[in-house]
Design a binder for this molecule. Structure first.
Ligand SMILES: [Zn+2]
Length: 120
């Protein structure tokens, strides 16, 4: 569907970085998932979830702890860093830009959303 950057507080905390980058796929398309993953939904632990009240379940590598992918009701997103591909398409949208760290520049040409768009 798109490559997105999220600057929300939840993504900052769960990644330990100042934003996350994900490749978002429509859940209706065929997606093959192999290997083991542990699951986490922030709401299960401390009640802190994604801004906007959305809910997603995060799946991470049981060996290194890195988030590999996450899913909401309509999408499955893969953390772009897992591709280790400098030619991966650039993000086309940024969400929660009001929480973007001041030194981080907007991605040229990417749609900017101060909050979460309603289509996720
Ligand atoms: Zn986020």
């Amino acid at each position: 569907m798109f490559v997105g950057v999220c600057h929300c507080d939840f993504c900052q905390k769960r990644t330990g970085s100042v934003f996350q980058v994900g490749a978002y796929y429509d859940k209706d398309q065929p997606i093959e998932i192999r290997g083991e993953a542990k699951s986490y939904n922030g709401l299960e632990v401390d009640g802190v979830g994604p801004v906007g009240g959305g809910s997603a379940t995060y799946h991470f590598c049981p060996t290194c702890g890195s988030t590999v992918y996450w899913e909401g009701s309509r999408f499955l997103a893969v953390a772009v860093g897992n591709f280790v591909d400098p030619d991966f398409p650039a993000p086309t949208r940024e969400t929660l830009t009001r929480l973007r760290h001041r030194w981080v520049q907007p991605v040229p040409g990417a749609e900017q959303f101060e909050d979460f768009p309603s289509d996720l």
